[in-house]
Design a protein around this ligand. Structure first.
Ligand code: PLP
Length: 395
């Protein structure tokens, strides 16, 4: 009666959402101030003032037709140009509006990219573990095989393992840096090794292998080192970007796909991106927010609270003896359970009304993920709970 594939995908529970819903119910019962809900990556910092001011300006100065209408499918030309110019300034590139396709956020960008590049059910997309759980749904939903490759011990890319898993059917390798859930930024030498590997494999198999860069956290960075800009290192890179995190606009659904001119068969890729967006029914990215982005393209994200939370909690957790990478970007901590059982750790945390997400859904069951995009007060409150938890394992 319904598609078996969609039914199966629909039945996969989102571990993150389940815990978030549990947190909402608990908040109703005992009050939100008593729940330490670290489940969801919903930015706690409000959108910068410029965003609100721009919305007010648009709504008061323009006619509704100008900001409520359909735009062209790839998005308003001036907005695409503004995005291209911003990238050119930051990464010494030479893009114009024809390299940018505006989307309804990173989830849309990724689905459109997968739909555009997947040709048959033998196609394989490689994802590095730990990974954002929705990748599985997106990739399988768009008709390819979801292939997992474990990262190294320090949660950077393991190019030897990648090499073992790349074959003739490999359509793309997906990377996410800064990473959700680990906060790791893949270092330059790591990316260079990946680029070298992909170049060799493209030659060996005689067809392009895409490098898909999912980068909604590009600007959420706490260290000097920035994530590499992959299209400058590898021609067949497709970038999926979103302003959900950098401008705290997750509910507005606005992002883009970057197709570099140097990509093999660039014109066909851009046309396939347009076709895929149409088939998926996106029509165009939200019109009002296309205008907002045009005017706010150079606004810097405010990551002060995340930086403070990260410093506070990381120092405390390390002093208590926990094992975790110090997040260089994004706003998550991936904490190893003292007994290597992330689910057990999350259950124990629940007893203190502290909500974490088991690492299993991210591909590493020894871990638990904590989102620190919350008020600092909650991070402060969590510290004594983490101490209690650690002492439970000492017993
Ligand atoms: N990719 C990663 C790594 C994410 O963490 C998220 C959201 O949390 C997304 C994609 C989807 O983001 P968007 O809200 O822009 O669709």
């Amino acid at each position: 009666m319904v598609s078996k594939k969609m039914l199966d995908l629909g039945k996969i529970r989102s571990g993150i959402r389940d815990i978030y819903e549990y947190g909402n119910k608990l908040s109703e019962k005992i009050g939100a101030e008593n729940v330490l809900d670290f489940s969801l990556g919903n930015p706690s910092t409000p959108a910068p003032r410029e965003v609100g001011n721009t919305i007010k300006h648009i709504v008061s100065e323009l006619s509704p037709k100008e900001y409520n209408s359909y735009t062209s499918a790839p998005g308003d030309r001036d907005t695409r140009l503004a995005v291209a110019r911003n990238l050119n300034t930051r990464f010494s590139t030479d893009y114009d509006e024809n390299n940018i396709f505006l989307t309804c956020g990173a989830a849309a960008s990724l689905n459109i990219i997968f739909k555009a590049v997947i040709e048959c059910e033998n196609d394989e997309i490689i994802v590095n573990t730990p990974f954002f759980p929705d990748y599985k749904v997106f990739i399988e939903g768009q008709g390819a095989k979801f292939v997992l490759v474990k990262c190294s011990e320090d949660l950077t890319l393991d190019t030897d393992e990648l090499e073992k898993n790349i074959n003739f059917n490999t359509k793309a390798v997906l990377v996410n840096s800064p990473n959700n859930p680990s906060g790791v930024i893949y270092p330059k030498e790591n990316i260079d090794a990946l680029v070298d590997l992909l170049n060799r494999k493209q030659k060996e198999y005689g067809h392009p292998i895409f490098l898909i860069s999912d980068e909604p956290y590009r600007e959420v960075v706490f260290v000097e080192e920035s994530p590499e800009f992959l299209p400058n290192l590898y021609d067949n890179t497709l970038v999926a970007y979103s302003w959900s995190k950098s401008l705290s606009l997750p509910g507005e659904r606005i992002g883009y796909i970057l197709v570099p001119t140097n990509a093999t068969d660039y014109t066909d890729i851009y046309a396939a991106i347009s076709g895929a967006a149409r088939v998926l029914g996106y029509v165009c990215a939200p019109s009002l927010f296309q205008r907002v982005i045009k005017d706010c393209i150079d606004v810097k994200p405010n990551i002060e609270v995340y930086q403070r939370n990260r410093n506070l909690l990381y120092t405390a957790l390390i002093e208590m003896g926990y094992t975790l990478p110090n997040p260089k970007g994004a706003f998550y901590m991936f904490i190893k359970s003292p007994n290597n059982d992330g689910k057990d750790f999350c259950e124990r945390a629940k007893k203190y009304n502290m909500l974490l997400v088991p690492g299993e859904g991210f591909g590493m069951k020894e871990y638990a993920r904590l989102s620190f995009c919350v008020d600092t007060e909650k991070i402060e409150k969590s510290i004594s709970i983490f101490k209690e938890l650690m002492s439970e394992y000492d017993l």
